[in-house]
Design a protein around this ligand. Structure first.
Ligand SMILES: C[S@@+](CC[C@H](N)C(=O)[O-])C[C@H]1O[C@@H](n2cnc3c(N)ncnc32)[C@H](O)[C@@H]1O
Length: 212
């Protein structure tokens, strides 16, 4: 119990959800579409960071299968264990991205799929800003979130109590632009995950490039 008190809330949540997350979200076509967009822009052997890599599928698995040098980071030890087993072609670290050293201009691409939701707005801006600076000039980033204008609200996600913070699609695009990204394309959809009592979730995907 003491250990739990000192762990990031996201680690507690996603340790409990584990492999069920992939089952519920695996059929998410917009996620797969955004990976195709990214793959079309990556030179062979690109260095890609997947932030909040979850089970490793589909993001790290897809990019590693295409021959890229993929590193996933996730704060949940259970998720990292699943990713290591499922995606031997990528490397995974158990770390909180808020504390992760990110050398400037070291990455060709960054993926951030639904991994900011348990951070404050200030933390989300700070993390995205550091990720942008870690991109090489002309590098690419895909950012995805639940597009709702909510701050620190209590929700139940896949049976787990969670405090969530998110943005409307417009606010999220502004966060990306303020961090120095050009939003090349914005994909919005409603997605209903496959688990009992799931409801449609509004999602936004930002396809971005570092131009500055
Ligand atoms: C909603 S899941 C999405 C997983 C994966 N990105 C996907 O779309 O399939 C969010 C993931 O981000 C991770 N996460 C949340 N906050 C994090 C943080 N501060 N640092 C690293 N990982 C984090 C969670 O543990 C979880 O595995």
């Amino acid at each position: 119990m003491t250990e739990g008190l000192h762990r990031a809330p996201a680690a507690v949540t996603f340790d409990a959800i584990g492999a069920a997350y992939e089952k519920a979200f695996a059929s998410c076509e917009p996620h797969l579409r955004s990976l195709e967009w990214l793959l079309d822009r990556l030179a062979p052997g690109s260095r890609v960071l997947d932030v909040g890599s979850g089970t490793g599928r589909p993001t790290a698995a897809t990019l590693a299968a295409a021959g890229h040098d993929v590193r996933g980071v996730d704060v949940s030890p259970v998720m990292v264990g699943l990713a290591v087993r499922q995606v031997p072609g990528a490397v995974f670290d158990c770390a909180d991205v808020r504390e992760l050293p990110l050398p400037e201009e070291s990455l060709d691409a960054v993926c951030v799929y639904f991994s900011l939701l348990q951070m404050t707005r200030a933390e989300q801006s700070e993390v995205v800003g550091r990720l942008v600076r870690a991109l090489k000039p002309s590098g690419h980033m895909v950012l995805a979130t639940v597009s709702l204008d909510v701050e620190d609200v209590d929700v139940v996600f896949m049976g787990q109590p969670v405090r969530a913070t998110a943005y409307s699609a417009e606010q999220f695009a502004k966060l990306a632009a303020d961090a120095g990204l050009t939003v090349v394309y914005q994909d919005e959809c409603d997605f209903t995950p496959s688990y009992p009592d799931a409801v449609p979730e509004p999602h936004v995907y930002l396809y971005c490039r570092r131009d500055k």
